[in-house]
Design a protein around this ligand. Structure first.
Ligand code: CTP
Ligand code: CA
Length: 228
């Protein structure tokens, strides 16, 4: 429970993790979503908690149980995820593993949109969602000491992730090549590179749980060397 002091290399540290997809409503019964099981983000929240961190998990809709020993906040839309992340600051480290829908529907009627014989399908007008990773990376106050993003790419994953790290202003990016059959959405295995300012580090192909444990360990090492 939250009242028991935590032990481990991340004891006394706080972490924010996003996980899962976001659902952007079209009307009361329909939505636009990204494909994400939440397995990777939830595993990272658990791995950080296992090393002693106080973890807030902001999760979109998934089929996963709330992890033990983690404060889980449930959201649906990207704008809600953005607000929940803001509310959970300050933290020492933030890991953005959610597959946030890039766009939302501008106006959502209170009543279900009905099909009408012979009428054209409704046109959905979209607006860009807030970029949570970029926003938190650029905060003047309360920016976490370490901000970690994810990038699922098809082909040239490292090159694209290096560019994405610059664009987002985050410290690390976990790059996932989803074109070679591993790292597939909903699957249990990931082939990843960790992109830092020192370059790209290839990790052995492993389960999402192992990726989570390796990342949590790297985060612990980062804070250990920082407090030297
Ligand atoms: N991300 C976020 N908020 C968004 C979009 C993305 O926080 N609105 C985060 C994701 O959680 C991930 C990282 O940004 O950590 C990269 O997401 P990705 O979808 O790969 O990047 P985009 O900038 O949206 O680029 P694109 O989808 O065009 O590749
Ligand atoms: Ca995107």
């Amino acid at each position: 429970s939250g009242t028991v002091p935590k032990q481990g290399p991340l004891a006394g540290r706080s972490a924010l993790v996003t996980s899962g997809p976001t659902h952007e409503p079209i009307d009361p019964v329909r939505y636009i979503a990204n494909r994400s099981s939440g397995k990777q983000g939830h595993a990272i929240a658990m791995a950080l908690a296992a090393l002693g961190a106080r973890v807030t998990l902001v999760s979109g809709p998934t089929r996963l149980p709330d992890p033990d020993g983690v404060e889980t906040i449930h959201v649906e839309r990207a704008e809600e995820m953005m607000q929940a992340c803001r509310d959970s600051l300050p933290v020492d480290v933030a890991v953005f593993a959610a597959a946030v829908a890039d766009w939302r529907v501008i106006s959502t009627p209170a009543a279900k949109i009905k099909k009408q014989d012979g009428a054209p399908p409704p046109a959905l007008e979209l607006a860009e969602n807030p970029d949570i990773l970029k926003t938190v990376s650029g905060l003047a106050t309360d920016r976490p000491a370490l901000v970690v993003g994810f990038a699922a790419e098809t082909g040239d994953a490292v090159e694209k992730a290096v560019a994405k790290r610059k664009r987002k202003g985050c410290d690390w990016i976990v790059a996932n090549d989803v074109s070679d059959g591993t790292g597939t959405f909903g699957g249990d295995e990931n082939a990843v590179h960790l992109i830092t300012d020192a370059g790209a580090d290839a990790w052995p192909r492993s389960t999402k749980q192992d990726v989570a444990r390796m990342l949590a360990q790297r985060i612990a090492t980062y804070f250990e060397s920082e407090s030297d």
